[in-house]
Design a protein around this ligand. Structure first.
Ligand code: IPE
Ligand code: IPE
Ligand code: MG
Length: 246
């Protein structure tokens, strides 16, 4: 709807490597600088009354980057979670991580579990970090559990298994179950692709691709994105007249 603050904004935080290269620094310095942008985006989302802010931090495909970059990113993640948890608590932010946990080192898993637990009763902004995540992985794991549970239920009743696909049931198995689909997706650094991020959940999301590199992303850039979103008309397949009740 026009003029409304989006309920869920998701960001593909891209351009850290290019930012570092521009300053003649190693890629990891770009990732380090990006932590401040996360802080600012979180603060801004809370100020604006956005209910969900989700951030794509590390994709399934990013595991195939050079080992030293992957390790540095994991260290940075642990550090940031440890350092920021008190601020999240103070600001009533609920923190969640979504992704293929089976690929994450135990140290990272422990920090995530502790930060999630500490903030689980908070009722303000919900901050979701997608880590070791890919859209195809999510759909496949959902489909796998869905079919298996239906088959077991049929077996328990002694009934013959006949799979009847149901969209909302599949959704209930996605790792994002219970979280509204993103209203707005921002990808920084000028790249205009989804890179195997939320595939199912962005069916009717508005997309915005600013040129700014993630480490330079500040509240003014976030405000620009909200202004663009507000001016868009979401039709969901209907006509403009229907949407505007003309
Ligand atoms: C985004 O920045 C961070 C991650 C993918 C982890 P990049 O590291 O992709 O930066 P560019 O795209 O190489 O500039
Ligand atoms: C997407 O960025 C993943 C994250 C920002 C976490 P990439 O930099 O990995 O994507 P591609 O490879 O340019 O599509
Ligand atoms: Mg990139």
């Amino acid at each position: 709807m026009m003029g409304r603050v989006p309920e869920h904004v998701t960001i593909i935080m891209d351009g850290n490597g290019r930012w570092a290269k521009k300053q003649g620094l190693k890629r990891v310095f770009g990732h380090k600088a990006g932590v401040e942008s996360v802080r600012q985006a979180t603060e801004f989302a809370a100020e604006k009354g956005i209910k969900y802010l989700s951030l794509f931090a590390f994709s399934d495909e990013n595991w195939s980057r050079p080992q030293d970059e992957v390790s540095a990113l994991m260290e940075l993640m642990v550090d940031a979670i440890l350092k920021e948890t008190p601020t999240l608590v103070k600001n009533n932010v609920k923190f969640r991580v979504i992704g293929d946990m089976s690929r994450l080192p135990q140290r990272v898993l422990d920090k995530i579990a502790s930060a999630e637990d500490t903030t689980k009763l908070n009722s303000g902004l919900c901050l979701i970090v997608f880590l070791s995540y890919s859209g195809k992985w999510d759909i496949m794991q959902a489909f796998d559990r869905y079919v298996n549970e239906e088959a077991s239920a049929a077996e328990a009743k002694g009934a013959k298994f006949k799979f009847i696909p149901d969209q909302s049931k599949l959704e209930s198995y996605l790792s994002t179950a219970g979280i509204p689909d993103p209203d707005l997706l921002i990808r920084t650094s000028g790249e205009q692709r989804i890179s195997n991020y939320l595939l199912w959940q962005t069916a009717y999301t508005e997309f915005y691709f600013p040129e700014v590199l993630w480490p330079d992303f500040r509240k003014t850039h976030f405000q620009d994105a909200l202004d663009v979103y507000t001016a868009r008309e979401r039709r969901y397949g209907k006509t403009g007249e229907q949407v505007n009740n003309l």
